[in-house]
Design a protein around this ligand. Structure first.
Ligand code: NAP
Length: 313
């Protein structure tokens, strides 16, 4: 039995652990992969207030150490189900606004736990392009993590697809090691920060391919080229590359909670700025929650809000 169980050890989950522990609660963090969440793939974080520059990995490691020192219990286990102890599982019952607070049972692949409150901080996973042969070339030219795999393409020609901060940062990172970096984006305007776009435009080995989408993947044992389509003219062109870094955003992974908490049409958990879901005692924090701004700062803020509310359950 724990006061608070936190599912997910990214920025939101580990911040929640720090706040709940400092509120004197017993805390168990369950994580199916490695701790740190998405930020560990970001080479440079330069927009976290008070920290001028830090690597994503260092940032995550610092959060983990801080929570560990406070007494966090951490287990690498995948959550398979959450239910209320009284056995109420039907969605109709659970989505009623006046649910009683009760213990929650959290089932993992290993065992079951009980908690007064649960914080869902499951983040999101990389969105695939959804084109033919993508799975076939993943790990053989296609990567979703420039900081993890960039070094394999040292001195080679690569492309990054996407127009958000991740794509811009990936392109900047890769330009330090690769002969050429093509940045492919489906629109003229970028979703990511203007400052990053300006910095990239100054780099001689970075070339922008705007209003273009990746249509086909070509190669043998490994990726050798992509076929691009211009969204305005409809023309197709072939670009020879050894690596394609896909950075087109994330998708939530909340399917396992679909029968318990309300999700929006894209699978994000419906919880407001107070991080409360439709089930009392269950909170959602960070990128797994429906929200407009997904940043380190907002993930950390959610973690604090959810933990302080969970500490009151
Ligand atoms: P994002 O901001 O959601 O951007 C995804 C990009 O991919 C968009 O430009 C989108 O195009 C494009 N896209 C989506 N689906 C596509 C498809 N099927 N084909 C081609 N292009 C597609 O994702 P992100 O860059 O991963 O960033 C996620 C969040 O993390 C953002 O809030 C971002 O600011 C934040 N982040 C912060 C930092 C940092 O603070 N250091 C670093 C990385 C990320 P459209 O623009 O046309 O929709």
């Amino acid at each position: 039995m724990k006061d608070v169980i936190i599912i997910g050890a990214g920025t939101a989950g580990l911040t929640a652990a720090i706040y709940a522990l400092r509120a004197g609660k017993s805390v168990l963090v369950l994580e199916q992969g490695n701790y740190g969440g998405q930020i560990i793939n970001t080479p440079k974080v330069e927009n976290y207030p008070g920290i001028e520059q830090i690597s994503g990995y260092e940032f995550a490691a610092g959060l983990y150490r801080q929570a560990e020192k406070l007494g966090m219990e951490y287990r690498s286990e995948k959550v398979t189900d959450i239910r209320l102890e009284d056995g109420a599982e039907a969605r109709e019952e659970l989505s009623s606004a006046s649910l009683e607070t009760g213990n929650k049972i959290v089932e993992t692949t290993e065992q079951s736990y009980r908690a007064r409150a649960v914080i869902l901080a499951t983040g999101a996973k990389n969105r695939p392009l959804g084109i033919e042969k993508e799975a076939e070339y993943t790990g053989r030219g296609i990567s979703y993590c420039a900081t993890c795999d960039g070094m394999f393409f040292r001195g080679k020609k690569v492309a990054v697809v996407g127009g958000g901060n991740t794509a811009l940062e990936d392109a900047a990172f890769l330009s330090n090691y690769c002969e050429k970096v093509y940045l492919i984006h489906r629109r003229e305007a970028f979703r990511g920060e203007e400052k990053l776009v300006k910095e990239l435009r100054k780099k001689e080995n970075v070339e922008f391919f705007l209003n273009k989408t990746v249509q086909e993947l070509e190669g043998g044992a490994t990726l050798q080229a992509v076929v691009l389509r211009d969204k305005i003219s409809g023309e197709e062109s072939r670009l020879e590359i050894s690596g394609l870094f896909v950075a087109i955003g994330q998708m939530p992974e909340n399917g396992v909670f679909a029968g318990l908490v309300d999700l929006d049409e894209n699978g994000y958990i419906l919880a407001g700025e107070d991080c409360r879901t439709n089930v009392e005692g269950i909170f959602a924090a960070g990128d797994c929650r429906k929200k407009t701004v997904r940043q380190l700062t907002t993930a950390a803020a959610d973690g604090a809000v959810a933990a302080l509310a969970a500490a009151q359950v």
